[in-house]
Design a protein around this ligand. Structure first.
Ligand SMILES: Cc1cc2nc3c(=O)[nH]c(=O)nc-3n(C[C@H](O)[C@H](O)[C@H](O)COP(=O)(O)OP(=O)(O)OC[C@H]3O[C@@H](n4cnc5c(N)ncnc54)[C@H](O)[C@@H]3O)c2cc1C
Length: 482
């Protein structure tokens, strides 16, 4: 059986990874120039605890399960996972205390272990810089942080090693349907992909993709979240994920350490008036809002000279406020995995299992063939900035390019950049998201041109053809002399 997955975000990637151990042929189609650069690129990167989602919802069912599955995923794919825990903080008022106990009860209903309400001395010990206004908190020990695009890239690498075909830079624009089955998909390039089953994991575009096959899905609208990224220095002021109390608008504006040592403030929660899935612009008001909210939780964390950048992500929302994971009742071989809003990144490993076990095997009675004994594992790439001097010296002995540091902020060597190109990076962003070069304080100000030169040399293309990301985003115009 040939299964085609539309969308190479974290959901499509983990589906491909899980399906790659069955006796099926797999194709993953991504319209962007690289994988993991849709919603998966811009979010809080939290592996949520599972206590916040409405009991009885798919979100609640899959969040805690996904959180627990991350352990094995980190081991098999070498992805970063830090279980730093979280605090939802409350002031000493009857209203806030009631909200905190409701959250605890909700977590218990969701079957979540490892949560309890803690008092000031505990809070002060763990988060000494937290505002003194907060006297209580819901503490969750298994909340984690990860790097979502790394999860997607590693899962796809493993799926490819197991035989999956990965296509990128070529979106699905339609296909041929006959006798209630999708027979083939048509890509922007004109390429035709024959298929026996389609899984629509197109993120913000799931509704559009489903519509193009005449499949109806809940209408999607967008909710923007703006962030500010702070310098590594800010990480001395916070140890766990700090949440305010949740509201109708979501989990609130947080303070979140990142796996590479920075700190995120945000996100905002703004309903977008129109469907503008590529509008990830930030605004002065949005930036001010998250800075104020961050400073309210941890006074003085958002120092002006610690602010590195702002960015935004879009959540695919529906009236139902839940994931939409269904096989079509008009087409026999079409499954939609849509409306994957927060906590989609946490739930993604559980979503993949749910699609296989509940939708494909149970509801559609498909026989996916015998499971291979074990899935392909991938090795974490060597990182100079996570290694000690002895390890680095051993690497340099074999390859002096490990000693040539290209990105000074994040200490990324030339050898790591070459390794990223070997693994599929074809652009400045492709390198950035695989190695963290250009993610640091100078945001590529000093290293972009050096990375461009390495790309040009390794890919054997002129410098003027090196792209930042999508087609047309060249850095240099015309002949370049360096
Ligand atoms: C502000 C914000 C904060 C969040 N914070 C968290 C958090 O802390 N923890 C958490 O668990 N979740 C969080 N989430 C949710 C999480 O980021 C998403 O649920 C998850 O990334 C969704 O992944 P996806 O694969 O469904 O979508 P995407 O990553 O968007 O992947 C879909 C892919 O499909 C591709 N595509 C679209 N159309 C086509 C086509 N026609 N042909 C081929 N390819 C196509 C797109 O280019 C895209 O790459 C947050 C989301 C936002 C926006």
């Amino acid at each position: 059986m040939k299964i085609t997955i539309i969308g190479g975000g974290i959901v499509g990637a983990l589906l491909a990874y899980e399906l790659s151990r069955y006796a099926v042929d797999l194709v993953v189609i991504e319209k962007k120039h690289d994988f993991g650069l849709g919603v998966t690129k811009a979010n809080s990167a939290i592996v949520h605890g599972g206590y916040d989602d409405p009991p009885g919802s798919l979100r609640a069912e899959l969040c805690y399960r996904g959180n627990q599955l991350y352990e094995k995923l980190a081991e098999s794919l070498g992805i970063p996972l830090k279980r730093i825990g979280s605090f939802v903080v409350a002031r000493d008022t009857p209203e806030e205390m009631e909200k905190l106990s409701e959250l605890l009860k909700r977590g218990e209903k969701n079957g979540v272990d490892g949560i309890e309400i803690v008092e000031k001395p505990f809070l002060e010990k763990h988060e000494p810089h937290l505002s003194k206004e907060y006297k209580y908190a819901l503490h969750c020990t298994h909340t984690g942080i990860t790097e979502p695009w790394t999860v997607a890239l590693a899962a796809l690498e493993a799926a490819e090693k197991a035989g999956a075909e990965l296509l990128r830079g070529d979106g699905v624009i339609g296909g041929e349907v006959s006798k209630g089955n999708v027979r083939s998909l048509e890509l922007e390039s004109g390429r035709i992909i024959e298929t026996d089953l389609v899984i629509n994991a197109a993120g913000l575009y799931y509704h559009e993709v489903a519509n193009s096959f005449g499949v109806s899905t809940p209408q999607v609208y967008l909710r923007k979240g703006q962030y500010v990224l702070l310098d590594h220095k800010a990480s001395t002021m916070v140890n766990s994920v700090i949440f305010p109390l949740p509201s109708e608008k979501g989990k609130g504006k947080l303070v979140v350490p990142t796996v590479d040592g920075g700190v995120l403030l945000g996100p905002t929660s703004e309903n977008m008036p129109d469907f503008t899935p590529e509008d990830v612009s930030t605004t002065l008001e949005g930036i001010k809002e998250v800075i104020e909210a961050g400073n309210e939780l941890i006074p003085n964390i958002a120092r002006p000279n610690w602010i590195v950048k702002s960015f935004a992500g879009l959540r695919p929302e529906t009236q139902e406020k839940d994931f939409f994971i269904e096989n079509s009742n008009t087409l026999k071989n079409f499954v939609t995995v849509g409306a994957i809003r927060s906590p989609g990144l946490t739930a993604a490993p559980a979503i993949a299992r749910y699609v296989i076990e509940e939708i494909l095997e149970q509801r559609m009675s498909l026989d996916l063939g015998r499971q291979k004994a074990d899935q392909v594992r991938t090795l974490k790439s060597f990182r100079v900035n996570e290694s000690d001097l002895k390890e680095i010296a051993a690497r340099v002995k074999d390859d002096e390019k490990y000693g040539r540091i290209i990105c000074q902020c994040n200490q990324v060597s030339e050898a790591e950049i070459i390794e990223a190109i070997r693994k599929g990076a074809r652009s400045i962003d492709g390198i950035k998201f695989r190695t963290r070069a250009g993610f640091g304080r100078c945001q590529g100000g000093f290293c972009t041109w050096k990375i461009a030169k390495i790309l040009s040399r390794e890919l054997n293309i002129p410098l003027s053809e090196v792209r930042v990301n999508e087609e047309g985003t060249v850095l240099f115009d015309g002949k370049v002399r360096v």
